[in-house]
Design a binder for this molecule. Structure first.
Ligand code: RIB
Ligand code: CA
Length: 339
């Protein structure tokens, strides 16, 4: 079977690093072809998300894959970074420079001269009808790509977004907003509108899968996962990931979640590769951009007050015994297989 071409748009970011390693493992196993990585300003600035993505790809022994710099910040308002969550450079306690000294790949990842929006458009055309695009950071670059190539919704096979929160589940940034959406709600709303318009013209266009906190907060990585990963594979990659995760544990403990890490992004990357195992409901969503209390809220129109045509699939659960916890076991095994 021809491996599915996959594009990752990320803001590494500690849980993004797990998603990168997982996708490299799936590529090396021949189940997907990782055809591109776009870095977007998010948890930390664009320079750091680019440097981190290149370093994590090298540590994972990734194949030569185009890595492009995307949006340097939110599309309308000034960007808000989260050094307290992912560390001042976005890699927690991991010293990626030192880790890279042990890089074994002969072709270290290098920055492609195209910008992120151009890579989105080029890959969507090159892999027309086949590309699965995964966004684990703000949708700022995707919004730029939609400006560059308005036909994008009809070109990709699937779009899977880590963003928002649904079904009454509280936000992690404001009472009603999830961070990736909160930092650039205008971009997220532009994505919703683009797929709404595309589906009005062609109902065969697949509504994006939005994976919100209502599901991704069930992706809980614990020190036990870290011990298990290290026991299975003691490598510069796993040691750097565990150093990064130690910072993430301390952040979650500081906000009352316990000494653990909600690792949204690898769970979403897994869902992108296993659409048949995702329980999702078609719905219509827009993103609030004006409310003084609700800016960044993903507003689901479950009764079709505004538009009965769905422009989204809302991820509700995963159809595997053991649920999201079992998915993380698969992620651990996949990353360990890189050793
Ligand atoms: O709200 C969680 C999301 O924000 C994750 O993707 C995390 O990496 C941050 O980008
Ligand atoms: Ca992220």
């Amino acid at each position: 079977m021809t491996p599915t071409p996959v594009l990752l748009d990320c803001d590494p970011g500690i849980d993004d690093a797990l998603a990168i390693a997982y996708l490299v493992a799936e590529h090396r196993a021949g189940r997907i072809e990782l055809v591109g990585v776009v870095c977007t300003a998010g948890n930390v600035g664009l320079d750091d998300t680019v440097a981190n993505a290149l370093a994590w790809l090298d540590l994972a022994g990734a194949p030569p894959v185009p890595v492009c710099a995307g949006a340097a910040g939110a599309s309308v308002v000034s960007h808000v970074f989260t050094p307290e969550t992912h560390g001042p450079r976005g890699a927690g306690y991991a010293d990626l420079k030192a880790g890279q000294d042990h890089v074994t790949t002969t072709t270290p990842a290098r920055l492609d001269p195209r910008n992120g929006a151009q890579l989105w458009a080029h890959l969507a055309h090159e892999h027309r009808g086949e590309l699965v695009a995964v966004v684990t950071g703000p949708t700022s670059t995707l919004a730029q790509a939609l400006d560059l190539e308005p036909l994008l919704p009809g070109l990709v096979a699937d779009l899977v977004v880590m963003g928002g929160t649904f079904r009454g589940h509280p936000g992690n940034t404001t009472p009603v907003s999830e961070w990736n959406v909160d930092v650039d709600p205008e971009a997220a709303d532009a994505v919703c509108l683009a797929w709404e318009d595309a589906r009005r013209a062609d109902t065969d266009v697949r509504p994006p899968l939005w994976c919100g906190l209502n599901l991704t907060e069930q992706g809980v990585w614990t020190p036990e996962h870290s011990s298990r990963l290290l026991a299975a594979a003691d490598t510069p990659l796993t040691r750097a990931l565990l150093d990064a995760l130690r910072f993430y544990f301390e952040f979650h403990e500081s906000v009352g979640e316990g000494y653990l890490a909600q690792v949204h992004d690898p769970l979403v990357a897994w869902m992108a590769l296993h659409p048949g195992e995702v329980v999702a409901e078609q719905s219509h969503i827009r993103v609030e951009c004006c409310g003084s209390h609700t800016r960044g809220m993903t507003v689901e129109d479950r009764r079709g007050h505004r538009d009965r045509r769905p422009n989204a699939r809302i991820a509700i659960d995963v159809h595997v015994p053991g649920g999201p916890a079992a998915v993380l076991d698969e992620v651990v095994a996949a990353i360990a297989s890189l050793a």
